[in-house]
Design a protein around this ligand. Sequence first.
Ligand SMILES: Nc1ncnc2c1ncn2[C@@H]1O[C@H](COP(=O)(O)OP(=O)(O)OP(=O)(O)O)[C@@H](O)[C@H]1O
Length: 241
Amino acid sequence: MIILNNVTKDFAGKKKAIDTLNLTIPDGKIVGFLGPNGAGKSTTIKMITGILPIDDGSITLNGHNIETNPIEAKKIFGYVPDQPDMFLRLKGMEYLNFVGDIFDIPVEVRKERIATLTKKFNIDHALGDYIQTYSHGMRQKIIVTGVLLHDPDIWILDEPLTGLDPKSAYLLKEMMRDHANKGNTVFFSSHGLEVVEQLCDEVAIINKGQLLFYGTLEEMRQTYQSDQSLEQVFLELTNDE
Ligand SMILES: Nc1ncnc2c1ncn2[C@@H]1O[C@H](COP(=O)(O)OP(=O)(O)OP(=O)(O)O)[C@@H](O)[C@H]1O
């Protein structure tokens, strides 16, 4: 479970990027995080993952405060960033072994997981190549493999499906469902409303750093006109006029 308590982020000289955000991401559900460009999704995710400092408020992951107890918090989540351009000077296998070392994954376990996951994602042939030479989708898949390698309880994914081919996107969606069904936390941001409608149990919609809606699609339909699609409600809620 991820709990954001009155979280605020203020980039110097700008209007608050995140303004007193309260949000609880429960276990056992896939929660979609929606908002227009610049709404504050990545900023929120970067604060949850400890990449950006929190100006005010607090965030806990399964009870571990990301600021006061960062090592314990970081052990239990996996993060896929929106820009997967990381560790470009490592070969795919070097990166995965690096993750294995950091998270203390026994060699036999990591071997088996790496073989299974990279075969599924069809990047097994490229593990001897530098990540620098990977396409966007391949970079995403190596990062996702790294996350799955240490089998964290909480998955935090920033636009994970962008750039994935249909088979890999399908596979990742299945894995997300499976992970949530086992009682774990899956939180992901997306611009794909159809995917969110198809995949998510609950949605959080933000704009200008403020939470506009949190709940199930059914609750959304009850709150707004019942015949409206997620797209219509989203456009209405985030319409600045
Ligand atoms: N490092 C930064 N310095 C200054 N302002 C920033 C910084 N990062 C983000 N912002 C501002 O914070 C606000 C939220 O940006 P953020 O990247 O979180 O939006 P987003 O919802 O992820 O957008 P997108 O859908 O386009 O990825 C924007 O106004 C952006 O300009």
